[in-house]
Design a protein around this ligand. Structure first.
Ligand code: SAH
Length: 368
């Protein structure tokens, strides 16, 4: 292999971002360089553990070896990150990507826990009517390294006494519509030899319900959350049209029943409560029936309002009543405190606000 490329600005432009390599591609690179195999883990440790920004800092590579690497590769992390702080302690990180698009990650402190919510796409392919990200459409899928960089960037900004306790793939995008990159990112995040070393059991992947891919999630070892949000196909067709037409409720729930839930773990069902749409006693009772026999917990998310969307948040009393019906049926039910609402950092509030007033979807129409 001819490596003597002159080290000019142009060659740097063309250089591979070493962070974009999955481990097997890293092994190939090391092999092409004629270096011993163990060098791959060494290289990846510099990237993900020591987090160096230049190849020159990789001091256990010889001077000549670093020179060779520099001619092929570079290390490109997010260049610009904007942090917006909410009055409740939530921090929203907005990172600029190479192509000038931006993505959002949200750091949520709560009762001694520190959860980071990650994005997997810029925008989203789905069209869930209650979600701000939907109004953007899909701009593009994120690459694995852009998912991992969200974690590294936030970790770099943590105070010395702060440590991430969990990661949730619940930000912008549908993780299962970008599965390869998500799986690769999770491999790097969980790897304990050279990667970020965050155990898979501390990671939750949330899907709008792509039933046919649930088995692949099981193989990743992470927790699975399903955004159910409706108890009949008629309702779900209106609220989440794309995903429910592809994977109607009965098939989704059948896939959940077949899901190999690991010992001591359970599935999570998320349910966005929309005033007058899916928050009635009948809805709660239907939900109990649908979940019958599935080892699970339920997270109720009172709708987070945003401008241009006509859905409304139910009154607290209605939320509590809904919870009571589920509890009565012995389901574990939590009401998600939506944090970061003042910085549009809460569930369903990630993404650009639409430039013009969009067509209003009235709750009456949402009844189908
Ligand atoms: N596409 C994935 C992950 C992104 S949405 C999924 O659908 O699960 C993350 C969670 O936020 C989902 O449970 C979704 O139902 C919920 N959500 C979306 N918009 C919301 C809003 N405006 N208010 C409250 N929750 C919302």
């Amino acid at each position: 292999m001819q490596l003597a490329v002159p080290h000019t600005c142009e060659s740097l432009e063309r250089a591979i971002n070493l962070l974009s390599l999955r481990f097997s591609a890293g092994e190939q690179l090391i092999q092409d360089l004629g270096w011993p195999r163990y060098r791959t883990s060494q290289l990846f440790r510099w990237l993900y553990r020591k987090r160096v920004r230049t190849i020159d800092e990789m001091t256990d590579f010889s001077h000549a070896a670093r020179g060779q690497l520099q001619q092929l590769g570079k290390i490109a992390r997010f260049e610009k990150v904007h942090i917006i702080r909410s009055s409740d302690g939530t921090r929203k990180f907005v990172a600029r990507l190479e192509d000038d698009l931006s993505i959002e990650s949200v750091l949520i402190p709560d009762a001694g826990r520190l959860t980071l919510c990650l994005s997997t796409q810029v925008g989203c392919t789905l069209d869930c009517r209650f979600c701000l990200t939907e109004t953007m459409g899909l701009k593009r899928n994120l690459h694995a390294h852009e998912i991992v960089d969200q974690v590294m960037t936030v970790q770099d900004h943590l105070k010395s006494d702060e440590r991430l306790t969990s990661l949730v793939l619940m930000g912008m995008g549908e993780p299962l519509a970008n599965f390869d990159a998500v799986a690769d990112a999770i491999a790097r995040i969980t790897n304990s030899e050279w990667g970020l070393g965050i155990p898979a059991r501390r990671i939750t992947l949330s899907t709008a319900g792509m039933a046919s891919r649930l088995q692949e999630v099981a193989a990743l070892g992470v927790n699975l959350a399903i955004s159910l949000n409706a108890t009949t196909n008629a309702q779900r067709d209106v609220l989440m049209p794309v995903v429910n037409r592809l994977h109607p409720l009965d098939r989704l729930l059948a896939a959940c029943r077949q899901y190999p839930v690991a010992p001591h773990r359970r599935l999570t069902f998320e349910y966005v409560l929309l005033r007058g749409v899916n928050d009635t006693e009948q809805d709660a009772k239907r939900l109990v029936k649908l979940l019958n026999g599935i080892r699970c917990k339920v997270n109720l998310i009172p709708f987070n309002e945003f401008s241009g969307n006509a859905f409304r948040r139910p009154d607290d009393a209605v939320v509590l009543q809904f919870q009571k019906v589920l509890r009565h049926a012995n389901l574990d039910v939590f009401i998600r405190k939506s944090k970061g609402r003042d910085v549009l950092g809460a569930c369903g509030q990630l993404g650009e606000l639409p430039p013009r007033e969009p067509v209003l979807l009235t709750p009456a129409r949402a009844h189908g």
